[in-house]
Design a protein around this ligand. Structure first.
Ligand SMILES: Cc1ncc(COP(=O)(O)O)c(C=O)c1O
Length: 246
């Protein structure tokens, strides 16, 4: 039996978790778009069912992107990433952790990712290096720099980058390959380029022959042209490829 995802007026049998009728309508539209077959007598909790469908949708999207030639995928939610890795284990993908690093996540990040982009703490760096499983190459790392000086943003201030780099370079399980930034949103390409230029200039000052810091991880959907114009080697594009997160 093909079941249309529960309409707001239907009596709910599953757990009630919808925040509003508007939200339910949007979600039910999304579920119906997926055109999923529900077995007769299906009693799965709505919440569990939604989670499963979203997981299938993510996997389909990544398969489509891989088929189009995209091999590197960035994730900022660890548990979501681990589920995707399990679903896509048959594909030769390269996984980048781009979210905030927390001490209680370092073991799994070190075990499952090839790259981290948001490294901004020597203590996290030490844990990642120590927890990198033997047999894997060093974890590639970009140091996150708070180029816009925003109090709420992760990243070390530019003047602390030298010390962080020196600390990270002592660690055998890490290979510092570049810098990363997520500047404050700005309007217009000229304004957007400023912080990216600052990151490139900082990289040029920190780089040395035995640590060339080739990578500049900068640019997202709204400012990728500005980032590329300033020398980005890695752009982290979410919305422009996969749409806004539902
Ligand atoms: C660190 C980081 N980079 C890149 C992105 C992708 O941003 P956008 O969807 O604007 O392309 C995100 C989104 O959450 C992010 O957290």
């Amino acid at each position: 039996m093909k079941r249309i995802w529960q309409h707001p007026q239907e009596p709910k049998t599953g757990r009630r978790y919808w925040r509003s009728v508007g939200e339910l309508e949007r979600r039910s539209e999304f579920m119906n778009k997926l055109g999923v077959e529900f077995p007769a007598g299906d009693t799965m909790d709505e919440h569990e069912r939604e989670k499963q469908l979203v997981r299938e949708k993510y996997a389909q999207e990544i398969r489509a992107a891989q088929a189009a030639g995209q091999l590197a995928f960035g994730e900022n939610y660890l548990q979501e990433a681990l589920a995707k890795m399990a679903d896509l284990a048959d594909l030769p993908l390269e996984w980048h952790f781009i979210g905030e690093i927390q001490a209680n996540k370092t073991r799994q990040i070190a075990a499952h990712f090839r790259w981290v982009h948001g490294l901004a703490d020597a203590h996290h760096a030490e844990r990642l290096s120590r927890q990198r499983p033997p047999g894997l190459p060093p974890l590639k790392a970009c140091l996150q720099i708070n180029v816009s000086g925003e109090a709420t943003k992760n990243g070390v201030p530019p003047e602390a980058a030298t010390a962080l780099l020196a600390a990270c370079r002592q660690l055998p399980g890490l290979e510092v390959v570049g810098l990363m930034a997520m500047p404050a949103p700005a309007v217009g390409e000229a304004a957007q380029r400023q912080p990216f230029l600052a990151l490139r200039q900082l990289r040029d000052r920190l780089a040395s022959p035995d640590c060339p810091l080739r990578e500049l991880s900068m640019g997202m959907s709204d400012d990728l042209e500005a980032a590329i114009a300033e020398g980005a080697t890695l752009v982290r594009i979410g919305t422009a490829i996969f749409g806004a997160r539902s």
